[in-house]
Design a protein. Sequence first.
Length: 681
Amino acid sequence: MAETVPENLRQRAKELRSQLQKASYAYHVLDAPDLPDEVYDRLYRELQDLEEQHPALVTPDSPTQRVGEQPASQFTALEHNIPLYSLENAFDIDEYRQWETRWQRQTPDIESAPVVAELKIDGNALALTYENGLLTRGVTRGDGISGEDITPNVRTIRSIPLRLQIEPPPPRVEVRGEAFIPNDVFKRINAERQAKEEAPFANPRNAAAGTLRQLDSKVVAQRRLDFFAYTLLLPEGTGGLSSPQTQEDSLKTLQTLGFKVNPNCQLCPKTEDVAQFYNYWDQARTQLPYLTDGVVVKLNDLALQERLGFTQKFPRWAIALKYPAEEAPTILRDMTVQIGRTGAVTPVAELAPVQLAGTTVSRATLHNADRIAELNLHKGDTVIVRKAGEIIPEIVRVLTDLRPQGAEPCQLPTHCPECGAALVRPADEAVTRCINPTCPAIVRGDLIHWTSRQALDIGGLGEKWVQQLLAQRLVSSVADLYDLTVEDLLPLERMGQQLAQKLIDAIQASKSQPWSRVLFGLGIRHVGVVNAQLLTQEFYTADRLAAAEPKDIEAVYGIGPEIAYSVHEWFQASANQRLIERLNIAGVQLAGAPPVVASTELPMANKTFVLTGTLPTLSRREAKAKIEASGGKVTGSVSAKTSYVVVGIDAGSKLAKAEKLGIQQLSEEELLALLEETASP
Ligand code: IVH
């Protein structure tokens, strides 16, 4: 009975076929690829998987049913004497192991065999023919069966010998390898093209492909193509050569014949050696003067290679172990929005999970409304996601050809999904905002920021508890945290007496965090950790900062007008003034020490004072404060270490002792004069 394939899968297969065919034509015939390789590979695999699960989906024109594409028309098509196969891809070591298991299953007498790991040069394959030692033909890979005769162009490549260095030469030699353009030459070519207002090449591989197919070989000569040889075939005998037995032998022989062979290759007896080589070059490849997109692993023993042979498309004895893609296609399931602490609305793409640079990506940022419009996003779109380094994944483009019929366009909501308030977008800004200060999303963001490590550092009170506190309406501002009791927390899910006590203790302990952290914790726009420190050094109380004009704030070294304005505006808002008042009542630090010179640098540092009797104008406390402000210390009893005794009316035994020890005496007037005199200008 004929298999019934669900209509949605049938449709998807059709879309994939048409996208792949289009991309393939652009790549092979027009020399103007419109899909990154990795993306092509993924879509290809998706189609392959679909066809495997539902063989009824295979059509004769499916890209999976042929080895390559038609050559373009300008050059003469030539059939290869021996077809140029392409390689199966593995995207990680696990997939590589599966390949190992597969070939081993075919040869039960062989458990393991050494392989040669070579760099996969990201260029264009060429097949070169030498007859009686002379280069007679240079042909592109084409569809693997026939390619284009570009012999005059090949002759311009200096790393390709015109005559083989061997006597007597074998009657016929076929050499395969990769033609490529080194990175620095690529840059030069593109600079020249741009100067002539010609479209630059997308990458060195396209530049090489475009160059090889230039009709004017003089242009080719200027482009400085290079070539690494990796395959040697001797279909009609060996001449003066000894017949290579291994891939290693072949590479050595190619070198003796006058070819350039990539030096970065290694004989690997074990899987771990391959893994190590692959991982090493993943890093080191950035230092190479040309591009490599993976590692090609080949069984070293040529007899074993012959025994294993080929599938319809690939050799069974080799595999390409590619580096993880940084771009991949996936489906945009939906678009949601996130409201940040500042009320900023960030649209988020909800994606069908996809593996990217070693991680699973299921969300990507869409930045803002302009970006959504630019991408013309629709729900269900096939999109290309990119993850480069540490950067948050983002959507780089949409494959509009794959858009399902009747797809709904993505648009930012007009109202905040959290509080229902109308969203606003100031005319001169790219950002859309919710401006409701009581919006739960904003309050949640404020609370999380307040408790964070660099702010009030309330350990244990993370996002999870903040969510619950808000949900239970126990808090609606950071000031509410300081009113919480253990009893308030107990009803929360998964809360116990001990934990509740710990959280309350942590909240209470945060009251002793310095004013600079408090200022940072308030989450004023543009006031990060550093700006908070700069501001609090100058404005050592919240009152002073609240009263400051923008110009005063701007006068602080390192603070610009935008920050000054933002701080001033924040303190003007009555809701914020109330917040400061409540924090003050709760006992949160809204002041630091007035700016003081380090105590060792103060004039009275290391001096000890003793006060005795009643001073004419100063109370004891006042006198003590003045002495301490100058760095001096006040002690209760006289000793040899006492520097001064300050003598008032009715001085008692302390004066007598001072006289005995010969310690300098000061009246109140003399004390004030001394402090005055030594005070810094
Ligand atoms: S061996 C039957 N070795 O990768 C074996 N290929 O995806 C065929 N490539 O078409 C190729 N560096 O253009 C081999 N060291 C290397 C290679 C290499 C790059 C290219 C080649 C091939 C493609 C397969």
